[in-house]
Design a binder for this molecule. Sequence first.
Ligand code: AMP
Length: 492
Amino acid sequence: MGTDVIEMLKRHATVPGQVWLQEGQVTYADLLAETGRLANALSGLGLKKGDRLLLQAEKCEAVLSLYLACLRLGVIFLPVNPGYTVSETAHFVADAEPALAVVDAGRVVGLSALGARTMDLTDLLAVATTAPTEFADPAHGPDDLAAILYTSGTTGRSKGVMLTRDNLASNAEALVGLWRFTGADVLLHALPVFHTHGLFVATNCVLFSGASMIFHRAFSPSAVLGALPKASVMMGVPTFYTRLLADPGLTRAACAHIRLFISGSAPLSPATHTEWRDRTGHAILERYGMTETNMITSNPYDGDRRAGTVGIPLPGVEVRVTDSDGTPLPQGEAGAIEVRGPNVFRGYWKLPEKTAEEFRDGRWFITGDMGAFDAQGYLSILGRAKDLVITGGLNVYPAEVEAALDDLPGVATSAVIGVPHPDFGEAVVACLVLAKGAALEEAGVRAALRERLAAFKIPKRVLVLEDLPRNAMGKVQKAELRRLYAGLFQAG
Ligand code: AMP
């Protein structure tokens, strides 16, 4: 069990001058006072332990204060992607029944129309300025709910992931130890804060170690390059790294002050890993996790950071690879990744049956990812189970074909999908984005792959696209690609 997030905040607030935010030199003591004022303000508005607070706002420092104020009060924090429209947000309001929706000014009318009690974030912050800083936190238990994060819901209805205080605390403690965070660290934070990566992994690593952060409200390669000399750690999604590589300002000298680059939320291609190491001298540390489980595995701090793998299970976290019956498979064999440990969520909000379906024997969470362990215990992700292509009765793991495609000169990135085919059931289709100035022929790509892959894995079609559809975390939206190309092999 980890030490509660708020206990860690209070501990660092006792250290005079311990800086939380570099901009304005905001200290932990300032942060504790701010969360006290906000907790009092929310309490004054009638919010109490167990209520939900929905937050839909552009990234700003106050989001983190509000997250912590909710934890102090015992109010369940429910951050929503500010990119969602009012009609998309309607589902969260109806499902989670928040006691209060806190939003940017432009959303007040829309959210109120959904029937939610709504407040402009600026107004809430104004109310808080006059509230007392002293707040008597009610008692909290490790199994109390801290947050509900909705899954991105690319297939079917978005589900509310219930995370407990100890899910967050135990994971933060494991990561701080593994990644060697200390109070001297400065994290460059350019991730969204409505998602587990920016909200929990990044923020809680800082909070648990008493480190500070350089907080960017959006990701901009030039701003990041400007800040790297003042930071010691950066966390990013793979697109951060590819976009930084496209900037000539990314040099060994620009990264000289950084001790650790971390990547996650989507696969980092081995090509990007190698290019980054050649340009900067740093081996990016790749880790793997998901909303439901927090972080699951990580490459080591010391020792081999292996490109194309997500490393080994975190301390206290158990991972196994199973066949379709749930029987554990021997090392080297590909199957479903299942996870057990203090990091695993409590269940889906108001969906006990769906929750039960996703746990094997009520204990092992079935992640929906496919993977395999190598002889050294490193896990490789082979793609989502629902993205597995079954062609002529044979399994094709998209990640394997994508790795082969990404290695071809002229390929910037790729996504492999299965689409309905009259003979094969499904056919492997490759969607490519080419490097600037490159020109590739479909026949040439297929011929080059034949040297690496068995015939059944060779894409039946190779499509060249301007770009791949991605979500806010840079994850390729394969369901969207499947929808677009569903008719590729249909007669007529
Ligand atoms: P989310 O719940 O939005 O964080 O999405 C979690 C999913 O992202 C996982 O189930 C994986 O499919 C994927 N994912 C996260 N990290 C990695 C990684 N390092 N490599 C490959 N896939 C990843």
